[in-house]
Design a protein around this ligand. Structure first.
Ligand SMILES: *Cc1c(COP(=O)(O)O)cnc(C)c1O
Length: 395
């Protein structure tokens, strides 16, 4: 018999009852160090007092009014995102896939209203991930995402991530935009080669294309800068955010320049729930925290130390880990045994991590993590790697 909850996930058999900072506690009272952060979402850990206060304070006033009216929180959060980015305007929605799809609509409408409706195609990267809507799976076009869901949406051309020659060769008179994750998350923590984003920007400019970044996972401080592309200084025309923006409250956002979004007039797009007062109150508080002076420098510095510790871990356990990769607090370990085996072993030892393609274990601690907790995670990783290495030797 099918389960009451549609069985679309391979879930671990744990129910968490509460969380505090970087820790979660299950229904048996067992404590876990959370280096999954609900897949890069709970950037400020669990039950952060400032976020709890923002949400409950707003809940006592008004939850939802729809977008038939002005929402003060949207105006405030949009202004702050604009002040901290390339963007001139922001659309709010509820999830990553919706934010990404808004970007696709901005791009198509831009060329439609520029009298170039034939330019609707978007170049995407192999191994990319943009969510689970039909448009998003059509763009990523991986077997495991699309199987049985055809016909797919037309309009996406794929090139290998990091390959500039393939990208140049894929541009045609129908190309509208290039869509890139500055660091592929679900794909296995693939970091764009140095200079890649700047070169992609140059290709976009040369051909009059819009550049569209998916920073749903990399954004909001995850890599030590507010947005991952800021490390290279190659600005997009359109960018989508979600995950960390709400610190665990569902919210997504599509940011764009005035030029890119000029055709998004009243009635062109919408969302019943998007940017409701609860989501905006939490996002505003998240921005208070992430933009606090010195905060991101601390994330970057800790991220460097974490990265160095992971390098040494790999060196100690070469039969278990093939390499360490990532930037800031978005890290991955490529495994030799199946990554699911490593993740299960870590969880039994009280450390939560996330899988990714390419047999990678993702380590995505909250941005508020302390050095001592990084050491605690490393101790678990060392212990589990030693056991797994022993198992390899024994088998
Ligand atoms: C998680 C993710 C998405 C999809 O977000 P949902 O909220 O699950 O729809 C899209 N793009 C990237 C890069 C992501 O990491």
């Amino acid at each position: 018999m099918i389960s009451a909850v549609m069985p679309t996930y391979a879930r671990a058999d744990i129910v968490f009852e509460r969380g505090e900072g970087a820790y979660l506690f299950d229904s048996a009272g067992r404590r876990y160090l959370d280096f999954s952060s609900g897949v890069a979402v709970t950037a400020f850990g669990h039950a952060h007092p400032r976020l709890v206060e923002a949400l409950t304070g707003q809940a006592r006033k008004v939850w939802h009014t729809s977008n038939l009216f002005r929402v003060a929180g949207q105006e405030r959060v949009a202004a702050r995102l604009i002040g901290a980015s390339f963007a001139d305007t922001v659309f709010f929605c509820n999830s990553g896939a919706e934010a990404w799809e808004c970007g696709v609509k901005v791009i198509r409408r831009h060329f439609h209203d520029s009298d170039q409706p034939e330019r609707y195609r978007i170049i995407t990267c192999g191994g990319g991930f943009h969510g689970r809507t039909l448009a998003a799976i059509s763009a990523a076009n991986q077997e495991k995402l699309v199987k049985g869901f055809g016909p797919l949406l037309d309009g996406f051309d794929q090139v290998p991530f990091g390959d500039l020659d393939a990208l140049r060769a894929a541009v045609t008179s129908k190309t509208a935009a290039i869509c890139i994750e500055p660091i592929q998350g679900e794909g296995g923590i693939h970091v764009a080669p140095a200079g890649y984003l700047r070169a992609v920007r140059a290709i976009a400019d040369e051909h009059g294309l819009l550049l569209f970044y998916d920073e749903i996972q990399t954004g909001i401080g995850r890599t030590g800068t507010l947005f991952a592309h800021q490390r290279e200084g190659a600005m997009p025309d359109v960018m989508c955010l979600a995950k960390g923006l709400g610190g665990g409250f569902p919210v997504g956002a599509c940011l764009a320049t005035e030029r890119a979004a000029a055709a998004m007039t009243a009635g062109s797009h919408g969302s019943t729930f998007g940017g409701n007062p609860l989501a905006m109150a939490v996002a505003d508080a998240v921005l208070d925290l992430v933009l606090a002076p010195g905060f991101l420098d601390g994330v970057a510095a800790l991220g460097e130390r974490f990265g160095a510790l992971l390098e040494s871990l790999v060196a100690r356990h070469p039969s278990v880990f093939a390499d360490a990769r990532g930037v800031g607090l978005m890290r991955g370990l490529k495994c030799r045994p199946p990554n699911t085996m490593v993740i299960d072993a870590l969880r039994r030892e009280g450390l939560l991590a996330v899988g990714a393609s390419d047999n990678v274990v993702r380590l995505l601690p909250p941005l508020i993590i302390a050095d001592a907790q990084v050491q605690e995670a490393l101790a678990v990783l060392d212990r589990v790697a030693a056991v797994l290495a022993g198992g390899e030797a024994a088998s």
